[in-house]
Design a binder for this molecule. Structure first.
Ligand code: AHR
Length: 321
């Protein structure tokens, strides 16, 4: 009888532990992250930081790599809807064409969080919030820095990001605003390098050829650091000195651009934090607890970095990324 009672107690305890674990598991949030790919150092860092931020909060994060294709992102959203995740984080490769699939997520009552890029839609209810920087401000900051640096006189070549991406459109718009009022600051060539190092190098090579081996070019504005690093390589191969013969200004703040700055081969970078997921997780947790929707835009910080802090920034960032 005593043994039976003991076993019953043990069995009850096991049941209780099992039930607690099940309750905890039921409480654990699952997020499906539709990630663009690994086109840049910044993107790889964003994926890494997202995993760390999920772990900190005990969130189950499932990541889908779309290899920079919108069709893959749409498929991944549908798959996460079928899995019944608690939320979908979407880094949209391009700005348009999202309404139908986001309507499916809305019908399934799965909140969508936009990360680091925006979408164009008439129906803002299709996503809960967007955690992004102000990409127009990034471009404007870059343009204003260059205007000051060159006393308003410079032939600029521009390496654009992925065609149709919100950040490419906004960084171009902001830069044009930043150099406005300086008639001798001219964008003499502009083309997409698709946010990749190889793309930046290839396009810069063609710019250098077309512009008297680079002698007509005073600065290269790249929509991200990776394309700028590719351009720096092309400038060196053309026999010119990046950072001196041709000035550089780009966006992201990845370790390699700080290294280039500390070596005198790059001049400035506007930082974009890779931690978009942390604020998004916090907004999701608060939303699940209270039902209160976060603001429609959670804006991350924008900051210009120059060579004076480059060595320290490189040391600080090289293991984080
Ligand atoms: O959307 C953010 C941009 O995407 C980053 O600036 C770039 O490096 C990335 O590929």
């Amino acid at each position: 009888m005593h043994l039976k009672k003991l076993m019953t107690t043990a069995a009850l305890a096991a049941l209780a532990i099992g039930a607690a674990a099940a309750a905890q598991a039921a409480d654990k949030l699952t997020v499906g992250f539709v990630q663009i790919g690994a086109e840049s150092g910044w993107r790889a860092a964003e994926t890494k930081v997202s995993k760390q931020e999920a772990d900190k909060r005990g969130i189950d994060l499932k990541i889908s790599d779309a290899q920079q294709k919108q069709e893959n992102e749409i498929k991944a959203i549908r798959s996460f809807i079928a899995q019944g995740v608690d939320a979908i984080f979407l880094a949209p490769v391009v700005a348009t064409g999202w309404d139908p699939v986001l309507k499916e997520a809305k019908d399934a009552k799965i909140p969508v969080f936009l990360l680091d890029r925006n979408i164009e839609t008439q129906d803002k209810s299709l996503y809960l919030t967007a955690v992004t920087s102000d990409a127009v401000l990034e471009g404007r900051t870059a343009g204003q820095w260059l205007a000051k640096q060159t006393n308003g006189k410079c032939n600029i070549v521009e390496l654009q990001g992925t065609v149709g991406a919100s950040v490419a459109l906004d960084r171009q718009k902001g830069f044009v605003e930043g150099i406005a009022g300086h008639p001798d600051l001219k964008i003499i060539r502009t083309q997409s390098g698709d946010f990749t190092r190889a793309g930046g190098k290839q396009v810069m090579e063609s710019f250098l050829k077309a512009e008297n081996g680079g002698k007509n070019i005073c600065a290269v504005y790249a929509h991200n650091d990776d394309m700028e690093i590719g351009a720096i390589q092309a400038i060196k191969e053309a026999g010119l000195k990046p950072g001196k013969d041709i000035l550089t200004i780009s966006i992201d703040g990845v370790p390699d651009i700080f290294k280039a700055m500390s070596e005198g081969e790059a001049n400035a970078s506007v930082e974009l934090t890779p931690n978009m997921a942390g604020p998004a997780f916090d907004a999701l947790i608060a939303y699940k607890k209270s039902g209160t929707a976060p603001p429609k835009w959670v804006q991350t910080e924008t900051k210009l970095y120059l060579p004076d802090t480059a060595t320290a920034e490189y040391t600080r960032r090289k293991d984080l990324y």
